[in-house]
Write a protein that binds this ligand. Sequence first.
Ligand SMILES: Nc1ncnc2c1ncn2[C@@H]1O[C@H](COP(=O)(O)OP(=O)(O)OP(=O)(O)O)[C@@H](O)[C@H]1O
Ligand SMILES: [Mg+2]
Length: 470
Amino acid sequence: MYWMKKTNIISFRIPLIVCLLTCGLLYCFSYLIEHTFEKISIQQNVTELNSVITSIERELTYYSPDENRDEFFQNLLLILTGHHHLFVYIIDDSGKIVYRTRGPNLSIALSQEHFDRLITENSTAIWNIDKSSYRIGASRVLLDEGRQYTTIVAVARDLQLEFIKRLRNGLGLLIVIACVLALIGSLISIYFTQKPINRLIKKIEGINMKSLNYRISTKSVPVKYVSLVKAFNNMLHRMEDVFDRQRNFTADIAHEMRTPITNLTTQTQIVLNNARSTDEYREILYSNLEEYEKMSQMISDMLFLAQADNHQLVPNLIDIDLHSMISLMCEYFEPLADEKNITFEIEGSCSHIEGDKMMLGRAISNILSNAIRYTPANQTIKISLSQVNQKRIQIIIANPGKKIESRHLPHLFDRFYRVDESRHRSGKDSSGTGIGLAIVKSIIDTHRGHIHVESDDLSTRFIIKLPTVI
Ligand SMILES: Nc1ncnc2c1ncn2[C@@H]1O[C@H](COP(=O)(O)OP(=O)(O)OP(=O)(O)O)[C@@H](O)[C@H]1O
Ligand SMILES: [Mg+2]
């Protein structure tokens, strides 16, 4: 009964449908066979009756049973030879039986209500006498001398009826057996189809938050379920990734907040240990101010990202000339770039776009500040503007420098993700928190644009596509 529990209601529907279909099909088939056989038997009987009646009619016209008695009976015998279960009565106009075969009394037929119709319409009828069934036909021959003879011929149907009865019973039994077999067969096949699914369900049920790294082996499932298992494993992979990031995100925030607070606490403790001059206090307060500003910047960045996550960023859309906006930003970064003798080169052009100037400015300055940081001294950062089509423009910001390994590229826009693991979480490097590119992505997404990064030995390129009208 265990398998019955496992096979749910839906699984029973299919065997039931298969069973009903088999039953219906076989019933139609048996009806057809029975009907055809019955039709053929009737045809056979009618043909036999008609041929015997026609032969007897011919003999009656050639040889009158009164005048050529011997010839007539001799020929009659010849006619009836080979016809089994056939009975003949020949009755003259006075009602005298001229000839009769052994068997049922056919003369009673003369008194039957519809007998005359048999003669006039040249038809046959079924007649049941003494628990036996016959098909009867009749004819009337009028001779020149004014005499008339009635011929009644009957053929027994009992054998045919018995055969049809047995055929019907046999086919009925066949239908029942076939239905039961179809039901059992489809239940068994469903059970075996369901078995690996049940195993799979059991495995899936065992997966929880702590075992998100579990993957179902594709070797343990039938080939037809391999793609399903692969898709499920991929989903697990994505979920594990999201959970990991969520976990890291919380840990990263805590870490990023702890570093400046630890710095401030340590610095304050050191200062409090000894009396300091006013200048020394001022210097320490300036240094603390830097940490406060950094923390404040990080909190506002986090708030910005939270707004983006909740779709609360509403861009203040105005007409923007990207070429002049980017030129101004390069001018703004020039002092920083000059420190490493880095130059900017802007090439190409594109149409004006609709966008939030503050947000887009922030996105481009984040990319430019990264570019300056990672470009080796004395090199050039190239910014190319182009028109993808009438409705889309493209900005490529390319800087030479060390290639970013391809495994890092898909994560570059994740929050707190930094390529250099030693800097990541070390807290020694105050250069960045790893939120810059996450903010860039949120801004581009808010503008219904797309951003991706490519990197090779020659350069690292941030490619932004933006619609001209949002
Ligand atoms: N132009 C670039 N060339 C090489 N690596 C880059 C470039 N831009 C970004 N990266 C890598 O991507 C990481 C993430 O950049 P992101 O701007 O998000 O953070 P960050 O610059 O470290 O900190 P933040 O921008 O928040 O101050 C960087 O730490 C760096 O490893
Ligand atoms: Mg950055």
